[in-house]
Design a protein around this ligand. Sequence first.
Ligand SMILES: Cc1cc2nc3c(=O)[nH]c(=O)nc-3n(C[C@H](O)[C@H](O)[C@H](O)COP(=O)(O)OP(=O)(O)OC[C@H]3O[C@@H](n4cnc5c(N)ncnc54)[C@H](O)[C@@H]3O)c2cc1C
Length: 509
Amino acid sequence: MHFDSIIIGAGNGGLSAATRLATKGQKVLVLERHNVPGGCGTSFRRGRFEFEVALHQLSSMGSTEKPGDLRKLFSEYGIEDKIDWIEIESLYKVVLPSGFTCALPTNRVDAQNVLIERFPEEKANILRYYEVVYSFFDESEDFAKAQANSTGEPSDLKKFVVSKLFSKKYPTLAKYAMRSTQDVMDEFFKTKELQLCLNTYWCFMGMPPERFPFSILAKCTRIYIEDKPYYLRGGSQVISQALVESIKQHDGIVKLSCGVKQIIVKNKKAVGVIDEFGNEYTCDNVISNASPIDTYFKLLDKKDLPQSAIDQYRQYTVGISALTCFIGLDCPPDEIGFTDSFNLIYEDADCNNAFKNAYELMPTTDPLVTTCYTVDDPKVSPEGTSVITAGTLKYGKAWMELAEDEYYDTKYKACDIIIERLEKKFKGIRSHIEEIEIATPLTHMHYLHHPEGSIYGFEQDLNQSVFFFPREDQIENLTFANGWVNVCGFGPNYLYGATVADGILKGAK
Ligand SMILES: Cc1cc2nc3c(=O)[nH]c(=O)nc-3n(C[C@H](O)[C@H](O)[C@H](O)COP(=O)(O)OP(=O)(O)OC[C@H]3O[C@@H](n4cnc5c(N)ncnc54)[C@H](O)[C@@H]3O)c2cc1C
């Protein structure tokens, strides 16, 4: 059977690319190895609770009156009005070991005022910081638009970025684009607590502030304030399902429990795929939502693997995974003191130091990323209950080295440490646990099939992200739509999937 485009994997990037192509008239086939669509964008049931696997806060939605890029995209896909969107009321709450807590409102002026009230001596720095964040965002948007219209090679872009012309046209971008979050925090603020109130988004990309690009922090800060953080009733699985329906309505085919085992290459061009049952499908374009490592090194026949791909991917390091407890409580959130949806809880106020524990098995000192979905929508779980996820970022290697018979004991011990740490902040939580499930880096390896269970693709640090994503296609007609070649996350991947599809549609004209 012949298709215009075949998409390997039904994660956010893959589904979005497929939807865009299908709605524009292409004949598409999506092949997904798991029995549910969504990749990270999924949920599962235990007892009377539905647990969200990954989404804490959706970015780029905006309101119906002032839609953000993602809401516009979902409208084009015909799914925006089919979903119950929930606006989250605070950006996040930071909880420090000293007992210091700070919750930031989603409005810029209110957020500034909260910080100024807590840190009056840093008032001028706080105001100047937000100005820089907003200018940085505006310049980077202008720059991205100019790039989208350019016909240059990715290598030309790298040259332009280091040229004088660039710094003249984009002064804030030039000054801050290649700096770490820690470096910029130190330039602006003397108080460590204040830095922790402003650098929180490092945990969304799994890079400690000393390695986390300020460019991503600035974008997250601006986008979450202007477009507000969102969740949705039913969780991210609802979006995944809605995208599948949209693809089918446009005569696309989505096959679940049907992984791809080989990409067919002829004359150095991708011309089709073979699924795990041996069925062969031909196409004009292959879009991979699987990791480039799996795609190039497992799905291509060795004879088809170009040396350039080996050279390119040698430069990149596989990113971090996660250890997460999914908890269903038999009480409402306020009964144990949950007032904000998203909480970042530190055991060690030096978060660069605390991050080092991500390489170890036990979550003793790692920052705890804790979300209570019921705070903003009591209907996400049965009346009088709450749904919480609490986890830490963990590299996969230590988990991969565990002997099989050590795995279950280790994961329950790790879970117990997380609950003990939560108990200190939310008294009584342990006694209210009705359901609990634990995902480790091995769980993510199993379900996503990504190396080391990586949830954010390659490490999103200064050397490997932003202007340096590995976007050069090494095989003609084989391209990627996922978090391995782009800033990770839900919003960014839905939007990037559409961009990849547009590139294909342009080429097809
Ligand atoms: C615990 C956790 C918390 C997170 N928190 C957030 C958050 O709050 N906000 C946010 O924006 N992002 C968050 N993320 C990250 C976000 O979920 C991901 O960046 C994003 O969903 C990745 O999308 P993707 O398009 O790269 O596809 P993925 O979700 O990586 O999916 C890839 C798909 O490809 C399939 N596949 C792989 N190989 C094959 C094959 N050979 N054949 C067929 N199919 C194949 C897999 O089965 C999978 O379905 C989180 C992730 C996790 C796991």
